[in-house]
Design a protein around this ligand. Structure first.
Ligand SMILES: Cc1ncc(COP(=O)(O)O)c(C=O)c1O
Length: 466
């Protein structure tokens, strides 16, 4: 779907009154949820004694309570009560070959059994993994491994500042670049300001310059006023929250031009898009080379301790080896053999299986089928769009509410209703992200598609026609 149509349809969703499931029906669904997930509830109650809020994961659905998972295989996932799900969370994007993909797991198990998990020193896997990343990512000639997307975003900032000798950072409101101080402002939804900034001193934002998505004039003004002080601009190339806030087709190009004109570095955060949207990431998909690329969980296909910054040799080489007069980066477990083995073999297996093309073909089919289903209910403005194997479904549009306008308070009601749909989806065996997003893998098949469409048919049947 083209950008203009997405914007138009999101606007229609936000302008249409929200369509909740009637209270009596919802109550029945809630009872079913409690009945089906007794062990998850028990674990949640126990977790609250040791874990703040009883749940770690920001991606967990918490209403009515978070579900504890037991195992996963292919596109399927099972919770501790034995309920089966068609999984579209896929660990928040990195799973593309499918969960528990044996040819990959076998390689990692071999490392554990034959070599041990880590030594704190380099191994051949580090070089193999770095070479694979460089082979695929058009703008990447050198790679520095870290341990998470957040760390890689922090490192990219430090490298950009060291390279340019400047301090200021431009970022786009509503984007996510992990939880490092300067990035936690206007998080998830443009205009939310410091809503998530508890514990971060105001001084952390001294060098932050923010622009609303697609505000070309605002962006030009920022570069006009501060161009010589701007170290870098950081962005998610398909738009904030992996495209929840889609960008105008000319946006990335204009960002590239402005950075080049002012000697600032352009950083693409490809924690989700790298090796998912395309093996060469969004940069290949869009045909735009950033100066630095941030990678995260995606490079180890769900195995832990994954993150990396890549870029042109002349920039990245300032990181050098060892300690000294260079940007200081580190991580004892960074580039450990397990992560690097997983990275190398995951990329190799994705090449061999054409995993991205398969995951994309499935996403295209699912989007077409669900859009057709939604079109049978012209009283509902629901719709889906996708960037390859990254699908966004828009039902209540809570993320697009203009929170500086009179509708601001509606955001909570819209979020609640999206979560109610999500609870019913769970009862029907679907797992997705935040009530708005689905990632696909090469394992999703006709059966997964049928179960997904059936579940949505059921959800629609609970919303009275108007
Ligand atoms: C675009 C983007 N950047 C950075 C991060 C942070 O990565 P991590 O959770 O590994 O710290 C995420 C996490 O989902 C992300 O989606």
């Amino acid at each position: 779907m083209e950008y203009e149509e997405i914007v138009e349809r999101v606007k229609r969703v936000v302008e249409t009154p929200v369509r909740p499931i009637p209270e009596v029906v919802l109550q029945r669904e809630k009872e079913e949820f409690y009945r089906k997930h007794a062990r998850s509830l028990e674990l949640f109650e126990e977790a609250k004694n040791y874990i703040p809020g009883g749940v770690e994961h920001n991606l967990a659905t918490t209403k009515p309570f978070p579900l504890a998972m037991d195992r996963a295989s292919g596109y399927r996932m099972w919770d501790v009560d034995g309920n089966e799900y068609v999984d579209y969370l896929l660990c928040g994007a990195p799973i593309i070959l499918g969960h528990h993909y044996e040819p990959l797991d076998d390689e990692v198990v071999k490392v554990i059994q034959e070599k041990g998990p880590s030594t704190g020193l380099t191994s051949e896997f580090e070089i193999l993994a770095a070479r694979k990343i460089c082979e695929h990512m058009p703008s990447v000639e050198r790679v520095r491994f870290l341990q998470s997307g957040t760390e890689a975003d922090m490192a990219a900032l430090r490298i950009a500042r060291a390279w340019t000798g400047r301090d200021k950072v431009v970022k786009v409101e509503g984007s996510y670049h992990g939880w490092y101080d300067i990035y936690v402002m206007n998080l998830h939804i443009p205009g939310t300001g410091g809503l998530n900034s508890k514990g971060i001193p105001a001084i952390a934002y001294e060098h932050l310059l923010e622009v609303k998505p697609n505000d070309f004039e605002g962006l030009e003004r920022i570069f006009e006023e501060h161009g010589r002080e701007i170290a870098c601009m950081v962005l998610e190339p398909v738009g904030g929250e992996s495209g929840v806030h889609p960008v105008h087709p000319e946006w990335n190009r204009r960002c590239r031009e402005l950075c080049s004109e002012h000697g600032s570095l352009l950083i693409f955060d490809e924690v989700v898009t790298g090796f998912r949207l395309d093996m060469g990431g969004a940069q290949k998909y869009l045909g735009i080379d950033p100066d630095l690329t941030v990678l995260g969980k995606i490079i180890a296909h769900g195995y832990p301790s994954a993150g990396a910054v890549g870029g042109k040799a002349e920039i990245m080489d300032i990181c050098g080896a060892g300690m000294g007069n260079k940007p200081y980066l580190g991580g004892t477990l960074a580039a450990n053999p397990i992560t690097c083995c997983a990275c190398y073999h995951a990329i190799r297996l994705m090449e061999e299986t054409d995993a991205v093309a398969k995951a994309t073909a499935y996403a295209d089919r699912l989007v077409a089928e669900l859009n057709e289903l939604f079109s049978t209910r012209p009283d509902l403005p629901f719709f889906l769009y996708n960037f390859g194997p990254i699908i966004h479904y828009v039902t209540t549009g809570f993320f697009a509410v203009d929170i500086s306008g009179p509708q601001a308070m509606e955001i909570f009601r819209r979020k609640d209703v999206a979560e109610e749909y999500q609870m019913v989806a769970s009862n029907r065996g679907l797992n997705s992200l935040a009530g708005t997003r689905m990632y696909t893998s090469m394992q999703h098949d006709d059966d997964a598609l049928r179960r997904t469409v059936d579940a949505w048919e059921y959800i629609l049947s609970l919303i009275p026609r108007s």
